[in-house]
Design a protein around this ligand. Structure first.
Ligand code: URA
Ligand code: SF4
Length: 312
């Protein structure tokens, strides 16, 4: 017969004030004091509290502050507490059966951190073909611009392509339609291309450095450029264009990795070294949106297009 079997079956056990504090501390005060059948009380007893009838000595003070701290507990009580406890309404079995501190609830932030981290863009695009790359862009959330977009704009045109035309970022119309250069700038671009015998459908692939529209057409931030650039670099690697025509200061500076002015970058041929070791000629010209605001510069843009055609 275990010493606990000697406890009266029908009434709550007597406890001293220290034991009461300790029971309150671990949230068991009401449960313990509520009269319960002898068998339940026997198995539900907290490990450090021994029935007062058989162990009138209060638990050491340390056990109040740290219920799991080792304490002098008769072996029978430890065994009794280690046995599974019957269910009690509102008390998780993990608490009734535990012999140590309750499991710490996992905070939401930590639970989130346990999810696998997203694969960085540069890693994800490495082996993608053009179709897979397009799917990745449309689903991309690698920078904050994904939040305000209607559509990510992958690009459009001939595959394989003779020229790759690179603009800055989608504007309002492009964001609505999911296609590059479809607004007024796009109409002017089509006219410029056709002036040198090139067509959007047959000869060129048109895309942008940034695939999602920045709010209010603001300039893209460095971290957005860094997040998005691997898509353009993979497009170049897959499309293998004969020439790249890059439109506007922002796109030219990003692609060529320089902060030189557009005036100093146009009028000559640059070489873009690809990861595969190839060199692709790059021609810089004005952005069509700038030409719409400054029509007198169209003559210079025309020279740029002739330069691009000549080098073919
Ligand atoms: N301006 C750009 O740079 N790209 C577009 O697609 C449209 C306008
Ligand atoms: Fe992804 Fe580029 Fe769009 Fe940012 S701008 S969400 S990196 S596709």
């Amino acid at each position: 017969m275990s010493p606990l079997d000697a406890a009266p079956a029908s009434s709550a056990p007597r406890i001293n004030p220290l034991q009461r504090i300790w029971l309150r501390e671990i949230g068991m005060e009401r449960l313990w004091l509520r009269p319960a059948p002898a068998v339940s009380r026997q198995v539900a007893a907290p490990p450090a509290v021994v029935s007062p009838q058989v162990a009138p000595v209060p638990p050491p003070v340390a056990a109040v502050a740290a219920p799991s701290a080792p304490s002098a507990v008769p072996e029978a009580a430890v065994h009794a507490a280690a046995e599974p406890a019957p269910a009690r309404p509102g008390v998780p079995a993990s608490i009734l059966n535990r012999t140590g501190p309750p499991p710490r609830p996992v905070p939401k932030a930590e639970a989130k951190a346990a999810e696998p981290p997203p694969i960085p863009v540069a890693e994800a695009v490495k082996d993608a073909n053009l179709e897979q790359l397009s799917g990745q862009v449309l689903a991309c959330k690698a920078c904050g611009l994904c939040q305000g977009r209607r559509h990510a704009v992958f690009g459009q045109g001939a595959q394989p392509t003779r020229w790759l035309v690179v603009g800055e970022a989608p504007g309002e119309q492009e964001d609505r339609q999911g296609q590059p250069f479809v607004g007024r700038s796009g109409q002017l671009l089509d006219a410029m291309l056709s002036a040198v015998g090139m067509s959007r459908e047959r000869d060129v692939f048109i895309t942008n450095v940034i695939k999602c529209r920045p709010p209010g057409n603001r300039n893209p931030k460095p971290e957005e450029i860094a997040a998005c650039s691997p898509y353009l670099m993979r497009q170049i690697a897959l499309l293998k264009p004969e020439r790249i025509l890059v439109l506007g200061r922002f796109a030219a500076q990003t692609l060529l990795g320089t902060d030189a002015t557009i005036g100093s970058l146009r009028g000559r041929i640059h070489q873009l070294k690809t990861d595969e070791g190839a060199e692709i000629p790059v021609i810089v010209s004005y952005h069509p949106a700038y030409l719409l605001r400054s029509p007198s510069e169209k003559a210079r843009a025309w020279q740029d297009l002739k330069l691009a055609s000549r080098t073919l």
